[in-house]
Design a protein around this ligand. Structure first.
Ligand SMILES: [Zn+2]
Length: 223
């Protein structure tokens, strides 16, 4: 039985065994992570994998990065796409945009959920997701969500994920059937403490975090 779910982490030691009762979504940041995400998610029953190019790592990609990614997504249909997105604090914003849009195109073709990082670029994020019809994707997870909830509430496929924070204002405004928790770390066991803190502060039922994650994955028909 799953008791906790870390909806966004980066476990780069693929020999780690996931503790009982914890589910995770393990995200890649760059091409060199992809194999480890695949191995870790294949070797642990409650681990789900996402491969992608993070906006911090858009330099020095091989020309065929997108076909490499496409082939793996076809070969391993339980994979989703992440971590992808836009970050105004990081260089090469135009390149970030191109690579992000290309990955959204792959998501549409493959009917695949996406895990998004967005910092300082919410206006353009919204513009792109509308233009790319991303409200039709199986799911859109905003990791470390720091945008405006009311901008996205009508998108029924959007889920809001939070890593440890001191202020709970946004968490308390988030619909209880679309909230997720994450460690954004390499140690999924940290999700236990963070979940217990949120349950205490918010009175959200603990099982919501597991149920929401599984429902989200299930929209993408990931078993
Ligand atoms: Zn991350």
């Amino acid at each position: 039985m799953l008791q906790y779910f870390d909806s966004h982490c980066h476990i780069r030691n693929e020999t780690v065994k996931l503790p009982d009762g914890i589910g995770v979504i393990d995200n890649a940041a760059k091409i060199s992570d992809w194999n480890s995400v695949i191995n870790f998610s294949q070797n642990n029953l409650n681990a789900y994998g996402a491969i992608g190019i993070h906006p911090w790592y858009v330099s020095d990609l091989p020309d065929n990065w997108d076909s490499l990614m496409y082939e793996l997504l076809v070969q391993f249909p339980n994979l989703t796409i992440g971590e992808i997105g836009l970050d105004k604090k990081h260089p090469e914003f135009v390149r970030q945009l191109n690579i992000f849009v290309r990955q959204l195109e792959l998501a549409k073709v493959l009917k695949c959920g996406v895990h998004i990082h967005c910092f300082g670029a919410w206006d353009i994020m919204r513009e792109i997701l509308i233009k790319q019809d991303c409200n039709a994707l199986p799911f859109v997870l905003f990791h470390r969500f720091n945008g405006v909830i009311s901008d996205w509430i009508k998108w029924e496929n959007v889920f809001f994920s939070y890593s440890p924070v001191k202020k709970f204002r946004r968490i308390l405004l988030t619909p209880q059937n679309r909230i997720l928790l994450e460690t954004d770390s390499d140690n999924a066991a940290n999700i236990v403490e963070w979940t217990d803190v949120v349950v205490n502060e918010s009175k959200i039922l603990k099982e919501n975090f597991v149920n929401n994650a599984l429902r989200m994955l299930n929209n993408g028909q990931i078993a």
